[in-house]
Ligand binder design. Sequence first.
Ligand code: IPM
Ligand code: MG
Length: 368
Amino acid sequence: MTTYKLLLLPGDGIGPEVMAQVETVIGFLGQAGIAAFETEHDLVGGSAIDAHGVALTDAALARADAADAVLLGAVGGPKWADVAYEIRPESGLLRLRKDLGLFANLRPAICYPALADASALKRELVEGLDIMIVRELTGGVYFGEPKEITTLPDGSKRAVDTQVYTTGEIERIAHVAFDLARKRSGRVASAEKHNVMKSGVLWKEVVTRVHAEYTDVALEHVLADNCAMQLVRRPKQYDVLVTDNLFGDVLSDVAAMLTGSLGMLPSASLGAVDDKGSRKALYEPVHGSAPDIAGRDIANPLAMIGSLAMALRYSFGLGEAADLLDGAITDALASGARTRDIAAEGAQALGTAGMGDAVVAALKARIG
Ligand code: IPM
Ligand code: MG
């Protein structure tokens, strides 16, 4: 059995607690002979600032580059609210994305049957929901230059962020979306604002051109604001949704909440496929560091465990093992396992470690 090298970056807040559950699952997969991993740990975010004065050291970046995949918990928290913008916790995550070339961010929003009542929307609107948001992750307003605050002659200030996209950046993310759609229901919606933004005009034009290579896939263009509205009106109309970095950030939070809890959703950030057929990859929950509940054994570890399942699928070609792990999450939920965020009001809830154990028990039951 191949041993894969995983770099674990637990980060801040609830990151270390949910990552500990992934380590439990990794231990079980190894013992059961399903997948073998060699793990290394490093710091990212506020914990790296405390130890090294930067949110990601060059050494940690080099380890990430050398690993077969990176798993990241979460970064940030009020403790670092006043550090300089350049070294804020989020800069560690952004550097990983940019320097590893992780341009394709896959954010599935799946509503587990057992959780349909935890959604803010009515059960019939979200039951069976299965959307894949494909967010461009290394371009757009997150990284465009200039990005600055300058002082005007009258002493007032002027802030600039720059939204930039090139043909090549749009083409490669469009290919990711269309390729994924082929393995799903064959539908892509592309969200931009061509009615206001030049980058939206180019986005729409390039996506349309790439679509010509995928005549078996249906393409719909939607304005990003309308898309946000449609997501809460009739979310099941969407399958694959491709969009830029900033709209993707916003729309993926909306989609996440439809599923009942932000604590449920994993994500994959993927680079280009190289000549050996492999690609750089980072897997992380969509939720943040939740400092208000950190260290209390109440955080939901399922998004982090689901991120390991995505790593099995997208980095290691272990689709069956990924199905097994996703199935174990579904089984654990179906058997009533709930952390506080997804439990019915007043109902008994498991802690973070208890939920990790429930997933391992479900894995055991599945492999008999
Ligand atoms: C996300 C987060 C990040 C982003 C932050 C932490 C920089 O919100 O991954 O969605 O804006 O991309
Ligand atoms: Mg976000």
